[in-house]
Design a protein around this ligand. Sequence first.
Ligand SMILES: Cc1cc2nc3c(=O)[nH]c(=O)nc-3n(C[C@H](O)[C@H](O)[C@H](O)COP(=O)(O)O)c2cc1C
Length: 374
Amino acid sequence: MRTELCERLDIEFPIFAFTHCRDVVAAVSQAGGFGVLGAVGFTAEQLEIELEWIDQHVGDKPYGVDIVIPGKYEGMGEMDPAKLEEQLKQLIPPQHREFCAKLLADHGVPEIPADEPKRHELLGWTEATAAPQVEVALAHERVRLIANALGTPPKDVIERIHQAGRLVAALCGRAAQALKHKAAGVDIIIAQGGEGGGHTGDIGSVVLWPEVIDAVAPTPVLAAGGIGRGRQIAAALGMGAQGVWTGSLWLTVEEAEAPPSQMESYLSATSSDTVRSRSWTGKPCRMLRNDWTEAWEGPDSPGPLGMPLQGMLVTDAMTRVHRYAGPAQKVAFNPVGQIVGAMNEKLPVREVIYELVSEYFDSVERLQRLSPEE
Ligand SMILES: Cc1cc2nc3c(=O)[nH]c(=O)nc-3n(C[C@H](O)[C@H](O)[C@H](O)COP(=O)(O)O)c2cc1C
């Protein structure tokens, strides 16, 4: 299982785990994989606290940070986050705010007490908000890789990361995007098939992986989208991937932080219970289908806004569905891929990695039996 990327990053297994939860990052890296912290929900100051914690719990292992700088978004070019937020707020129509408020009220989701400070609406979905996150990440020695979602990272961001001696990865859902990443100097391409959780394209993994691997060779490719079993890792490495990049799988581990009702939604869902919806972030994102996603498709829907406006619009809803997760179960944001149908048990990270690796070896043996030496 040791690919060249394992040597470069000094890891035992080429299993990359994307997660928003610091405990999972540390546990995956400790177990021989490579944990990657999703930074999009954190301000630069909060990210510093998370990375400090990981440094104290990851031992001498490496880990990564994931940022989101989309190739295209409203307000692109404005680099002052406060100005950008003010400018973008004006673009959110009142009827959209009313639609969200009514949807939550109809489901009995309580409001946030009026005396609580309001959260920033503009999180790390833009270059203006992601650039300071990169600086924070690079100040932590064990951060060996920075990944970017939703587009080719800007030239200066790639240069900055390279100057600091770290690797740059970027996600893609089509071979053409992978070629753009390669031309910009990205070191590792993550090919994410449409069955994956979170933002995703519509080409399935089995078609996409070899297409991207061939298009960008010899640049290393990590296969993503739908991986939750060792058999799928064997398929990915058999096709020429240098490792796998996983996300959904880590939502239901013991170390993951999630309200009990959300955990229950994930553990009981089948592989046909997800949908690609723009209703939370403005770009197609795979999540569990529920009353919220259906309402945005329904006849009264004002239609989702683009990124980052939709994310700003739903900031209050996001806080409420998380805080009042029980009453909000039918309108909650549950990003996850189709592999959710195989996630039926809450296990510790170490055990999940062990199962992935042992099923991978079973698959390799099965193939070896098909081609005996004589
Ligand atoms: C809950 C969730 C949130 C995600 N958020 C991000 C993100 O902020 N940045 C990113 O690069 N990818 C994000 N992704 C995508 C993952 O990085 C990964 O590519 C994807 O989960 C792989 O497919 P899988 O879910 O089938 O394993 C997210 C995925 C999930 C499930």
